[in-house]
Design a protein around this ligand. Structure first.
Ligand SMILES: [Zn+2]
Length: 165
């Protein structure tokens, strides 16, 4: 058996994950992943994910173009048939020649994961975000408010402020 640690967080409404594995030589192997909910992709943009039915040999170009550590090296699709939802997990590893002798930490990788998410919004400004208050999916306004990386839409925020009075 091999040990694996996973840390998870939200940033700008997107779930990311940092993983630390034990390599065969007792060394640490680090990865980070981001999860893109297909429900947050407007219909007219879905094709760029669906065209790549075989994601393992055919990476979606949009994701491949994002800023990763030494490039994206992992893509998987998860389908929840009961809820009729799917998401794509995309990630990269820190197991390159370049990484030899480098010391990494979960904070280091979390920072890189958040940078990838920033770049995703940069390259896909049409990406929707889910409001945890009302469940609506909208393009977040520029002054969007995130708490612990999770989004609350302006209408729900206004309601919260009234409730707090
Ligand atoms: Zn809302």
């Amino acid at each position: 058996m091999r040990h694996k640690d996973i840390w998870t967080g939200h940033y700008r409404g997107i779930v990311y994950e940092v993983a630390k594995w034990q390599g065969g030589g007792g060394n640490d192997i680090w990865n980070y992943y981001i999860y893109i909910q297909m429900a947050n992709v407007p219909k007219e943009h879905l094709a760029q994910f669906d065209a790549a039915a075989d994601l393992i040999t055919h990476y979606p170009a949009l994701l491949e173009r994002l800023e990763w550590h030494c490039g994206m090296t992992y893509v998987r699709r998860y389908v929840d048939h009961e809820r009729n939802e799917s998401c794509i997990q995309a990630g990269c590893d820190y197991n390159h020649l370049y990484d030899e002798g480098q010391v990494y930490s979960k904070e280091y990788l979390a920072h890189d994961a958040r940078r990838t998410i920033d770049d995703l919004y940069e390259k896909a400004p049409w990406l929707l975000v889910w409001c945890r208050g009302c469940g609506s999916r909208t393009v977040p306004p520029e002054e969007a408010v995130f708490e612990d990386g999770q989004y609350t839409c302006p209408r729900c925020r206004a309601k919260q402020l009234v409730a707090k009075r």
